[in-house]
Design a protein around this ligand. Structure first.
Ligand code: 3PG
Length: 417
């Protein structure tokens, strides 16, 4: 049965016979990193099913993913990622330190059936970091160089499907393309599960401010949320827009996110948008202290006790809760408490609760087992899940639907039954 997304059809692994074919598979194993090491392997575990299934079909399989963003500490090679996949799968996932250069192409061309190859971080190619319409993406060097080696593209990177980048939406424009199991499960489960009972509370944390501003704007405009609780750098942007000094974060916001400050002021005016009352801050001497927001010193790194109390009260009475992005710098255990307690407060409510993205996946093991069981749905997507639920465009999914119309409609390749 084909997959349905907003009434558009997408082929799945059940629909097309991929036995013995050359497959280009896009997954998302972008993970939290500390000191160059991967901290959490939840996304890897999610993609194992798709990879196993494709490997069992004796395919020639080439895997792509991104990791981090240019200029950030988590922008590293995928060598470790290929090792983790090898150990989870129990078969060798060979790593090539290249994407579209001679080494990659030579190895792809000589790949035998049953072999699995992983290319390097797709975002090492500057082209991958530019969002464009599908048609333009399909004309990039990235897509033009690789497409000729493959019969099919399999899109499994639900967590990146809100990005219009070559490895996500460029290949499906010109190649027969299919949703992998992660994509299929996320799209069908989220469409089914999210009944939107109100009050709906979104928690938006983390450091991806461009996305956060866009999402919060959309939630306000479309009246899709009753409360929007903020944490992480997102909350400091809101506090700053409301006139607070926010310690050392102020300079960072002005330097790197000056383009968002006007929009942030608009968002900050909404009474649906809640910001912290206090924060946990790291002082210049390395000590940590709890501070009220009108007296922030040093570098704020987590939400404080009073904030947790106020947020918990809202969460307790919510019917639907979507958690996206951490409340603090959870890579450092001194600043993990806010995110863990926020998750606990959500799970103590009777709401339908969606955990979105790598950071919330990574704190699951910090929660008591009886609460862990109460998560209604765990998505591999962070930003993607909020874009999806709030009706924003999803280029990675729309591209698969476009490919279905172009290559499969009419049923030539689609299996019977
Ligand atoms: C995520 O973690 O949300 C996805 O991997 C997408 O990453 P990006 O926000 O850097 O595009």
């Amino acid at each position: 049965m084909v997959l349905l997304f907003r009434n558009m059809k997408i082929a799945t692994l059940d629909d097309i016979d991929l036995t013995g074919k050359s497959i280009l598979l896009r997954i998302d194993v972008n993970s939290p990193i500390k000191d160059g090491k991967i901290l959490d392997i939840s996304r890897f575990k999610a993609h194992v099913k798709t990879i196993k299934e494709l490997a069992e079909l004796n395919t020639k399989l080439v895997i792509m993913s991104h990791q981090g963003r240019p200029g950030k500490n988590d922008f590293i090679s995928l060598e470790q990622h290929s090792e983790i996949l090898s150990s989870l799968l129990g078969v060798n996932v060979e790593f090539v330190k290249d994407i579209i250069g001679k080494d990659a192409k030579r190895r792809i061309a000589t790949l035998e059936n049953g072999e699995i190859l992983m290319l390097n971080n797709t975002r090492f190619l500057p082209e991958e970091n530019v969002e464009q319409p599908m048609e333009a993406l399909s004309r990039t060097k990235f897509v033009s160089e690789l497409r000729k080696f493959f019969n099919y593209y399999v899109g499994d990177a639900f967590a990146t499907s809100h990005r219009s980048q070559p490895s996500i939406a460029g290949f499906p424009y010109i190649m027969p393309s299919i949703a992998g199991r992660v994509m299929q499960n996320e799209v069908s489960a989220l469409s089914r599960a999210f009944n939107g009972h109100r009050p709906i509370t979104y928690f938006i944390g983390g450091t991806k401010l461009d996305d956060a501003v866009k999402i919060i704007n959309h939630l306000i405009k479309t009246d899709s949320a009753d409360y929007i609780l903020t944490g992480g750098l997102v909350s400091l942007l809101v506090l700053n827009a409301r006139g607070y000094e926010v310690g050392t974060a102020k300079a960072l916001l002005q330097e790197k996110f000056g383009h968002l400050l006007d929009n942030a002021k608009m968002i900050a005016k909404s009474n649906k948008v809640m910001a912290p009352l206090d924060v946990v801050s790291e002082l210049n001497d390395g000590n940590v202290s709890m501070q009220r927001i009108d007296k922030i010193m040093g570098s704020p790194k987590d939400i404080g006790e009073e904030t947790l109390e106020a947020y918990s009260e809202i969460l307790k009475n919510s019917k639907t809760i979507v958690l996206r992005g951490p409340a603090g710098v959870i890579e450092d255990k001194r600043f993990k408490k806010g995110t863990i307690e926020l998750a606990e407060a959500s799970l103590k409510s009777n709401a339908f609760i969606i955990f979105g993205g790598g950071h919330f996946l990574s704190i699951l093991e910090d929660l008591p087992p009886e609460l862990r069981k109460k998560v209604s749905y765990i998505s591999t997507g962070g930003g993607a899940v909020v874009y999806f639920l709030s009706g924003e465009p999803m280029p990675g999914i729309e591209a698969l639907a476009y490919s279905y119309r172009k290559f499969f409609e009419g049923g030539d390749h689609v299996k019977e039954g």
